[in-house]
Design a protein around this ligand. Structure first.
Ligand code: XUL
Length: 541
């Protein structure tokens, strides 16, 4: 019976899941996770990010990701499972981050010394020591330049699936070219985090899949090829520096001799890696249109499968390639777990006390609203981070706790309307989905049933399922995606939370007030104080 390995290199941690597959069922037989800051402290990251005085800058180290992969492969090798059963591996990685390599990389990772970890051996292959990651928002100028060069936001969104976003790789590459032209010229290959780690596994440059390539502002969404106009507008000679784009189910190689000799792995197939959100789509079993998932992780995201690419002309969301070959709609918020933790830590509470405080406050919070922009926000764009409070005292612990949870759920609901999905069922995933009080607010705000998964990391599970799919397909067999995801990528019925109609009615009233607060805080609307006061009078018992 074959085993399939899924890996997930997220913002803060690396996770592995081993899936045991036979004709009748799929079973998780091993799961392990390591936090970058704790496992590899000498890289100096905080929550997986290198400290920087500029709040707009967010970077990490590619060598940290390589060494974390090594630590995790050691754990997998020691799992006690029969490694010879390992048929294939795939992976998921935080989207948008980029890794810059010089011409020595190709020879270097083909010939790594199996007695030493990969990080120190790859250092000389980097043409840029750091990797900008998705939390970076320092490229507003470059976004403007790219947009103008291709003929406007609508043109860019229609062609690539998204208007220009600061964290997307195209604007990031352009900034690197503008600020460090010599280092850009010395760059032979630019990888995403996903294709970088896939390359390390196979020992040669791996391609990028359409799911992750669509987070770059550089790919023609419908042909899944690099779009020359966007490449030209980004940096010179870029086509020669980018890996090719290949379907998500492609076999990109076999596990290199480095891993075979270092830990005794077999020459397992390596299936193209993808971004964490496309992988989560599979790990939550969203292989048909109409279902929505919300991931409450470092970033909060809301996403669902799309058969056709319905581009968001309100320019809030993205359309990415889905691993099934279809598309996925997604809206991303940078102040996810980070903001929840900031509020919890400000009052020195445990998560249980956080939930109790939520339970002790009324739905609608008496009109008190907290826009949790502790870090620069993606949706809506907020460059100067600062939490904004409406009718809310910064010292009011329960008020701030309900404030952050409600504002996040209202923002998820409002900024996903462009997808045109009538949401009546939500699959919740990510670390904070373990908290039922948060999920109840989600159910009440959306007026939808909410289910949770037993598997904490659905991106990692999705990667394991994709390795299974890729392996079966490579063997010349046909397998339907509904068959791939059955058993494991489904929420358990017992986790269902139903919306309360009265509470949902309150949130429907709060929705326009939340929108007005957002507009006011961004200098685009009147002070909503009067509307808040009317709401408070109506809904404070
Ligand atoms: C999606 C996004 C984040 C990252 C990190 O566009 O930026 O969700 O993938 O998880």
């Amino acid at each position: 019976m074959p085993l399939y390995l899924g890996l997930d290199s997220s913002t803060q941690s690396l996770t592995a899941i081993l899936l045991d597959v036979d004709d009748d069922r799929r079973r998780i037989v091993f799961e392990s996770s390591l936090a970058f800051d704790e496992a590899l402290p000498h890289y100096g990251t905080r929550h997986g990010v290198l400290p920087d005085p500029d709040p707009l800058v967010a970077r990490s180290s590619p060598l940290l990701w390589a060494d974390a992969l090594d630590l995790m492969m050691a754990r997998v090798a020691r799992s006690g499972l029969d490694l010879d059963r390992l048929a294939a591996i795939s992976g998921s990685a935080q989207q948008h981050g980029s890794v810059y390599l010089n011409a020595s990389a190709g020879a270097l990772w083909a010939d790594l010394d199996p007695r030493r970890p990969p990080g120190e051996q790859l250092a000389s292959a980097l043409s840029r020591q750091i990797a900008p990651i998705w939390l970076d928002s320092s490229t507003s100028d470059e976004c403007g330049e790219l947009t103008e060069a291709v003929g406007g936001s609508e043109v860019l969104a229609k062609r690539t699936g998204s208007r220009a976003f600061e964290r997307f790789t195209g604007p990031q590459i352009r900034r690197f070219f503008k600020t460090e032209p010599a280092a850009y010229a010395a760059t032979d290959r630019i990888h995403l985090v996903s294709s970088f780690l896939a390359s390390l596994l196979v020992g040669h440059h791996a391609p990028i899949d359409p799911g992750d390539a669509s987070g770059m502002n550089l790919m023609d969404l419908t042909t899944a090829e690099w779009w020359p106009a966007a490449l030209d507008a980004t940096a010179p000679n870029l086509a020669a520096k980018l890996p090719p784009i290949r379907p998500s189910s492609s076999i990109v190689g076999t596990l290199s001799s480095y891993w075979q000799r270092r830990y005794g792995f077999p020459a397992a197939r390596v299936v193209a890696w993808s971004g964490d959100n496309p992988c989560s789509l599979i790990g939550t079993g969203l292989v048909r249109e109409g279902l929505i998932a919300i991931s409450l992780g470092t970033s909060d995201t809301i996403f669902g499968l799309m058969c056709e690419p319905r581009i968001d002309l309100t320019t809030t969301g993205h359309v990415f390639g889905a691993p099934t070959g279809a598309y996925m709609g997604l809206t991303c918020f940078s102040n996810g777990s980070l903001a929840r933790e900031r509020v919890r830590d400000a009052f020195g509470l445990t998560w249980d006390q956080f939930s109790d405080a939520l339970g002790a406050t009324p739905p609608g919070n008496g009109g008190r609203i907290l826009l949790p922009w502790f870090e620069p926000e993606i949706t809506p764009t907020v460059a100067q981070p600062r939490p904004r409070r409406y009718g809310l005292d910064a010292a009011d612990a329960p008020g701030n706790i309900r404030g952050v949870v409600e504002a996040q759920q209202l923002a998820l609901a409002r900024h996903s309307q462009w997808m045109g999905v009538d949401v009546n069922t939500i699959y919740a995933t990510g670390g904070a989905a373990a908290n039922r009080s948060i999920l109840q607010v989600m159910a009440d705000v959306f007026g939808a049933d909410v289910y949770r998964f037993d598997v904490g990391n659905t991106a990692c599970l999705g990667a394991a399922l994709r390795s299974f799919h890729g392996d079966v397909t490579a063997a010349g067999q046909r397998i339907d995606w509904t068959d791939v995801v059955r058993d494991v990528a489904a929420p358990s019925a017992s986790t269902r939370l139903c919306p309360d109609p009265a509470r949902h009615a309150i949130y429907r009233e709060l929705m326009p007030i939340h929108a007005a607060c957002e507009a006011h805080a961004r200098g685009r609307g009147a002070d909503p104080a009067k509307a808040i006061e009317r709401f408070r009078r109506r809904f404070t018992i």
